[in-house]
Design a protein around this ligand. Structure first.
Ligand SMILES: [Fe+2]
Length: 402
């Protein structure tokens, strides 16, 4: 006990001597990259810190009943320090709920190889007595529900209205389908524009975010840091996952104009990136994991091009649509136009329907192996549109797994 008190006193003295404030949680946490065997927790702190996540099963025991496993914020074999923290929790069971709390120690003094002094620990349990929760994905789930919002463009109050009942309804996840900001000039814009509200409403309920990048998220001084805040399993802005009967393709649309456009200042390299993405897409739709799933849903911010479309949409049609037309896609969910649309006449070259969600409504997606129900709901909670899509492969349902 004496030793403990001595260490506490030494830590406080060191903090005071360094003139450093205690570390506090600045933004978050929010859940990213949830998979069948893990999840990633993202948050920021008020000062540079070393962070970790402690995880306990959701079994009714007290979080402090025993020492819980710690997962550190590491990168290439070393703990990271800084204000942004991304901790991967792995080795978990599918379809299982876990409790977690986030912890950090301020970097009181960093003299490089000579000396590093960390401060006292500070964690989410001090702000919030209930631990957070996270549930791993489960391909055997019979029925799933996810919500989609897009083109918020930093209108935080609209997002708050659209997600207000998420804590009660508890969808499996919320998809931010692009253009959540008009540009990413600074990291604080991300939080002020929508992520603070998202974390406040979604994280206590254990609802993860799956994001796609819109054309506008390519713009601004901090746009190159997008993946720092929305890490993906591929390390790219495109990725895929399965939840319940649905295989989700999360595609990156790139920019809307040609790379040479004067508004991009010579910095756009979208065309090559979309071509790289198309090669990845070709491999994913050929995989067993894709083919075994009863249903396939594509999230993509921009819409495949029509006759009068801009360059980006034309490239999406040229590069992605031929691959998707061979891949039994049940529906593609887009944004970008800021108004509702339903395209099932093949006018965009697709052999699957496209739903375009507006910039002020949310789309509720419910699916089981027989099909998908889509519901467009306005901020007041009124249902504006409904669509039903029966599974394209009813002959092979309930599942294509051998
Ligand atoms: Fe857009």
């Amino acid at each position: 006990m004496k030793r403990f008190l001595f260490l506490c006193a030494a830590s406080l003295l060191a903090a005071a001597a360094c003139g450093q404030p205690s570390v506090r949680i600045a933004h978050g946490p929010y859940l990213q990259q949830v998979s069948e065997d893990g999840f990633t927790v993202v948050w920021t702190t008020t000062v540079d810190a070393a962070a970790w996540v402690e995880v306990a099963p959701d079994d009714g025991t007290h979080f402090y009943a025993e020492e819980r496993p710690k997962y550190y914020d590491t990168h290439i074999g070393k703990r990271r320090t800084g204000q942004l923290h991304r901790v991967r929790v792995g080795g978990l069971r599918p379809g299982t709920t876990y409790r977690y709390r986030i912890m950090q120690q301020a970097v009181l003094r960093d003299e490089g190889n000579k000396r590093v002094i960390l401060g006292e620990g500070y964690g989410s349990d001090i702000l919030k007595h209930e631990p957070y929760r996270a549930t791993t994905l489960d391909p055997s789930r019979e029925r799933i529900e996810c919500w989609v919002v897009n083109d918020i463009h930093g209108r935080d109050s609209i997002l708050r209205q659209l997600l207000a009942d998420a804590p009660e309804r508890r969808p499996d996840f919320v998809c931010f389908n692009g253009d959540m900001l008009t540009q990413i000039e600074s990291v604080s814009e991300l939080f002020d524009g929508y992520l603070d509200t998202a974390a406040e409403l979604l994280s206590p309920a254990g609802i993860p975010i799956f994001a796609t990048r819109g054309n506008h998220e390519n713009r601004g001084s901090a746009s190159h840091r997008y993946l720092d805040y929305f890490p993906t399993p591929t390390g790219e802005a495109y990725y895929a996952f399965r939840q319940g009967p649905v295989f989700f393709l999360m595609l990156d649309c790139g920019e809307d104009k040609p790379d040479s456009d004067i508004r991009y200042y010579g910095l756009a390299a979208t065309d090559a990136y979309r071509a790289q993405e198309a090669e990845w897409l070709r491999q994913v739709v050929a995989s067993d994991a894709y083919r075994e799933a009863p249903l396939h849903v594509v999230f993509l911010h921009m819409v495949p091009g029509g006759k009068s479309s801009w360059h980006g949409e034309q490239e999406i049609r040229r590069l992605f649509v031929p691959i998707l037309n061979e891949a039994e896609v049940d529906v593609m969910l887009c944004g970008h136009y800021h108004r509702y649309g339903w395209i099932d006449d093949g006018s965009r070259g697709t052999n699957f329907p496209i739903l375009i969600n507006s910039n002020r409504d949310k789309l509720v997606v419910k699916a089981d192996r027989r099909g998908i129900d889509l519901e467009v709901i306005d901020p007041a909670g009124t249902t504006l549109k409904r669509h039903r899509i029966d599974s394209r492969s009813a002959d092979t349902a309930p599942d294509r797994r051998p």
